[in-house]
Design a protein around this ligand. Structure first.
Ligand SMILES: Nc1ncnc2c1ncn2[C@@H]1O[C@H](COP(=O)(O)OP(=O)(O)OP(=O)(O)O)[C@@H](O)[C@H]1O
Length: 298
């Protein structure tokens, strides 16, 4: 993870301002974020939050209703297509024809990318243990993801946009990918945008996080700022005053007490018997999710 230095003017590889997209049963509303060169940004949010829709809008696979998108300096769809050589993409789900093997993937992609590096692609396939003779449809889900990642990296992009890249990977492969992504940005010129449900991955490698729920942006900023904004509170039944109950997010009561989240500033004036602890991204998502469910039920 690079140290974030707000004093230095940074080149943004992605700028999204006021992105909205309306589907019959879903609305993505007013999403805004920037990704400077040299950083990793993670998108988190529950199933159906709008992460993939945001990525697809950025890649011009979905037409936004409003908002401005700048990708690698391209502000129009045509300009964004023109900079595709600098963009490596991995999408959730199968993307190659069933019968393709590694060789066909290389043959199909090389003509589209002037910077395609056949030797690098072969090395990546070997490193990731991608079988040469297996048809795409017969590869495991994790191997299909690895093949997409190898293809995304093989043309030396400046920016990687990855939709759940670690979802199908075993722990060793996940660890290797995260290290690869850290190496990718280490020169300060490259960036990664990835969506994931594996929040521990983001705590390890991400500088920035975009948190979306029900199509609405809940937070965009530094991971540490998000984690620093809330504390986990735990106390006994007598500690749960009406004021505290009203303030706690995602309150859960159990036999000996309660747990929930509190804005960090509200954690200062608690009785000594209430324990506060730092939160993880996973806890943040669970407690906010519970809070939203509880609000819907009431
Ligand atoms: N083409 C479409 N037509 C109608 N609704 C759509 C379309 N594409 C996506 N949606 C809806 O948009 C919502 C957001 O979907 P999206 O795939 O962006 O969520 P996500 O955050 O990536 O979820 P997950 O974590 O489950 O992958 C969902 O309710 C989905 O059904």
């Amino acid at each position: 993870m690079n140290e974030v230095n707000s004093d230095v003017a940074e080149e943004n590889l992605i700028t999204v301002t006021g992105l909205t997209k309306q589907y019959p049963e879903f609305a993505l509303r007013d999403i805004s974020f920037q990704l400077p060169a040299g950083y990793i940004m993670g998108m988190i949010g529950p199933n159906g939050a709008g992460k993939t829709t945001t990525i697809k809008a950025l890649l011009d696979m979905v037409r936004p209703d409003s908002g401005q998108l700048t990708l690698l300096g391209g502000t129009t769809p045509a300009a964004r297509v023109a900079c595709r050589d600098d963009l490596g993409v991995q999408l959730d789900g199968s993307i190659y024809p069933d019968t393709w093997r590694v060789k066909q993937v290389a043959a199909a992609l090389a003509p589209f990318f002037p910077q395609w590096d056949a030797a690098l692609f072969a090395d990546l396939c070997q490193d990731m243990a991608i079988p040469q003779k297996t048809k795409y449809k017969d590869m495991s889900r994790g191997t299909q993801v690895k093949l997409q990642l190898a293809a995304a990296l093989a043309h030396h992009p400046r920016l990687l946009v990855l939709d759940e890249p670690t979802a199908g990977l075993d722990p060793l492969a996940r660890d290797e990918l995260l290290t690869r992504l850290q190496d990718f940005i280490a020169d300060g010129q490259h960036s990664v945008l990835l969506s994931t449900h594996l929040t521990a991955d983001l705590e390890r490698i991400a500088d920035y996080v975009l948190y979306i729920r029900d199509g609405r942006q809940q937070f965009f900023g530094h991971v540490d700022d998000l984690l620093g904004a809330y504390v986990l509170v735990k106390g006994g039944p007598a500690d749960l005053t009406p004021a505290l109950q009203a303030a706690v997010i995602g309150l859960r009561r159990y036999g000996e007490g309660f747990t929930g989240l509190l804005p960090a500033a509200a954690g200062d004036d608690l009785p000594a018997t209430v324990v506060t602890e730092p939160i993880t991204l996973e806890e943040l998502m669970i407690y906010f999710g519970r809070g939203a469910h509880d609000a819907q039920r009431n």
